[in-house]
Design a protein around this ligand. Structure first.
Ligand SMILES: [Fe+2]
Length: 368
């Protein structure tokens, strides 16, 4: 029987690098998921100690609990909120708010907007009393409410018997997504909404009206960490490339499938941070003018694909009737969990466009 060779851990290259970085007070390597998440949360930290201090301060997220829910209490515009983080870097459920009533104060709107930018996706429960019009009004506090797939005048118009047109009277902007025994459908690939548009929607607000008894959760994946998680060589190679985003059959406009070209590395127009803006629900190739050889293209896309849905970058939200999620399409991907057939699930979605028109088109502007 072959004997396995004895390995001296002190001489192993990975271990040598690990101990050298700790000795030299350097942040953990972004080649590891843990380092990628830390690097995306505290970018520019020069030393390990400074990064650790910054993250410890940010992680002061929880100080009380009810049942199994751990939260931080905060009072905004006289309303007592409980903020429940779903994981360290993304996703916060905001308890204790009535979205039909509590956004009258600008202080509440700016608090929620700041929280949304920081956490990329914020969620609410027990909002089933909101009418579609009130959901529209809620969304309009954060930008211009778009049509069903974002920008007005760029609307898919191919319909089938099994999918649409379900339209809510008075709120034609609302996209109604129904899954049931007859329609076994769920958006279960990682994507950001309508990136095949030239100016994709900034945000989406999704309300659950009917939930399956179990399953059908939506997961969100942080695109800052996805960018950090690529190898340095890959980031260098792809940072000035663009990719082709192609819609599906259901997105056809006048019989044509919509296609747009966007940067692979995207600068978030509000935080200034870089995201990986390749979601392989809609991206299958880089722009042909880059002349990337087929083999290399396949390898690069495969490396990017491995970033989608990594546990460290991801949070998961269980729906109940009246649950709402509002996410930043510039900073997270999302995917439904397609595990609930034959049960019925009814979701109602609005898109939001940035008030600032100059920020609607994705761009890459590296700081150095
Ligand atoms: Fe979606």
């Amino acid at each position: 029987m072959a004997q396995s060779k004895a390995v001296n851990l002190d001489e192993h290259p990975g271990y040598v690098d690990l101990t050298r970085r700790a000795r030299e007070n350097k942040p953990p390597s972004t080649a590891t998921p843990l380092g990628a998440v830390a690097g995306s949360r505290a970018p520019g930290s020069k030393t390990r100690a400074a990064m650790a201090d910054e993250l410890r301060a940010e992680d002061d997220l929880v100080s009380a609990s009810f049942g199994t829910i751990h939260f931080k209490p905060v009072t905004v515009a006289g309303v007592e909120l409980k903020l429940e983080p779903l994981q360290p870097s993304i996703g916060t459920v905001v308890h204790g708010i009535d979205l039909a009533r509590d956004l009258a104060e600008p202080e509440m709107v700016s608090f929620l907007r700041g929280l949304w930018l920081e956490r990329r996706v914020i969620m609410f429960r027990n909002q089933n009393h909101l009418t579609p019009r009130q959901q529209f009004e809620f969304a309009s506090h954060f930008g211009e409410v778009g049509v069903q797939y974002g920008e007005r005048g760029h609307e898919p118009n191919s319909r089938s018997e099994t999918r649409g047109p379900a339209v809510i009277e008075g709120v034609p902007e609302m996209l109604v997504l129904i899954s049931d025994e007859k329609v076994p459908a769920a958006a279960s690939g990682w994507h950001a909404d309508a990136t095949w548009q030239k100016r994709p929607p900034m945000a989406s607000v999704l309300m659950c009206r009917e939930a399956p008894p179990v399953g059908g959760d939506t997961c969100f994946c942080d695109c800052y960490s996805m960018w950090q998680g690529l190898s340095e060589a890959t980031r260098e190679r792809v940072q000035h490339l663009t990719a082709i985003h192609e819609g599906g059959l259901v997105h056809q406009m006048d019989g044509k499938t919509p296609v747009s070209q966007h940067p692979v590395a995207r600068t978030h127009p509000e935080t200034g941070k870089t995201t990986l803006y390749v979601q392989q629900g809609f991206v299958k190739r880089f722009a042909p003018e880059h002349g990337i050889p087929e083999d290399e293209e396949r390898a690069l896309l495969a490396e990017m694909k491995r970033q989608e849905g990594r546990l460290e970058y991801t949070c998961r939200f269980r729906w109940e009737p009246g649950s709402i999620a509002m996410w930043d399409n510039r900073a997270v991907l999302h995917s439904a969990s397609a595990d609930f057939w034959p049960h019925r699930r009814r979701m109602e979605r609005l898109t939001i466009l940035d008030h600032d028109v100059s920020r609607r088109t994705p761009y890459y502007a590296p700081s150095s």
